[in-house]
Design a binder for this molecule. Structure first.
Ligand code: GDP
Length: 298
């Protein structure tokens, strides 16, 4: 996903090598290049600005330390600031003190929520949990069926309204799903919700109603890393309309620029918990800011 950003940063930083001392002009030139690379990768402008300011301040004020030459020092600063943008420490899932832990998924249609529900369930199972999926996307044709397929693949049960039962209220399904999960002693409930193609108030209201009905321990905002700058706008809209405790980036295997996804943490202040990198169940992992930064910096 971040190949071209990675290449550009690598070649910019390579230009510094061999310099015994870095003048302020060297730092300015490097920062200009980094700025362009980030903007070209679609990283949101305010995030780029803040990032560059921090790097400039630190690089210009840096004492030449014995162990690192000036170029290495700049690389270290860029790396640390990138880890910071991505959230710093790895943020683990929060579990409820009393089971079940309720995890609600929210995001636009096509973001990858249903796929993620299966991946998360499979991952939780591997960690020794006994998750159940609850199908609250009653809008998209086949969404319930798709979740059932995903659940089967992940080896976890799915709570869904009976076909033709006339149950059409996702809030009611969510509520009953939790009751059912508790009765069957599942320790994690993953609630899949409906998305729309764009932000609309009805969608936000429904998600907010589900949130109020099930009091989730985590609300994960699922966002397609390939939608460019819209990722930031969508995140902001969901934060205002529903609120969320964490972010899941999907489609990081794509070849789009993806920098907007790198901005979501900084813009919303919410940590990225997981990343999806493909359509298969196992194309999924905990998001580690430091590993991602190393990958980007090559
Ligand atoms: P939902 O509408 O949010 O529930 O989205 P879906 O889970 O149905 O996913 C939409 C499409 O994106 C499907 O074709 C998925 O197979 C695909 N998809 C989901 N996650 C990923 C991913 O990480 N990488 C790729 N390449 N495709 C994905």
């Amino acid at each position: 996903m971040f190949e071209s950003l990675s290449d550009r940063l690598a070649s910019t930083l390579k230009d510094l090598r061999g310099k015994g001392r870095l003048s302020d002009a060297d730092v300015d030139a490097t920062c200009r290049e980094i700025r362009l690379a980030l903007l070209e990768a679609d990283v949101a402008l305010p995030v780029v600005r803040a990032f560059i300011t921090r790097i400039k301040d630190r690089a210009k004020g840096a004492e030449v330390s014995g162990a690192l030459n000036p170029a290495q020092q700049v690389v270290k600063i860029v790396n640390e600031e990138l880890v910071g943008i991505l959230g710093g420490e790895t943020r683990r899932l929060t579990y409820a003190k009393t089971a079940p832990t309720v995890i609600m998924l929210a995001g636009l249609q096509g973001a990858g929520k249903t796929t993620l529900a299966g991946k998360l369930a499979a991952w939780l199972r591997k960690q020794g949990h006994t998750p159940v999926l609850v199908a609250c996307d009653l809008q998209r044709p086949n969404a319930v069926q798709q979740l059932q397929v995903v659940g089967e693949r992940a080896g976890v049960p799915v709570f869904a309204p009976e076909p033709g039962s006339g149950v059409g209220d996702p809030v009611d399904v969510a509520r009953r799903g939790i009751v059912e999960a508790r009765a069957r002693q599942h320790d994690v409930v993953i609630v899949d919700t409906a998305g729309r193609l764009g932000i609309d108030t009805e969608l936000m209201q429904q998600a907010a109603d589900i949130r109020d009905a099930v009091s989730p321990d985590e609300i994960l905002f699922v966002v397609d890393a390939m939608i460019g700058q819209d990722a930031v706008n969508t995140a902001t809209a969901f934060q205002e309309g529903v609120g969320f405790t964490g972010v899941v980036l999907t489609k990081l295997d794509g070849d789009a620029r993806g920098g907007a996804a790198l901005s979501v943490r900084e813009v919303t202040g919410r940590p990225i918990l997981f990343a999806s990198t493909g359509e298969k169940l196992e194309d999924f992992d905990v998001f580690h800011p430091d590993r991602m930064a190393s990958r980007i910096l090559g």
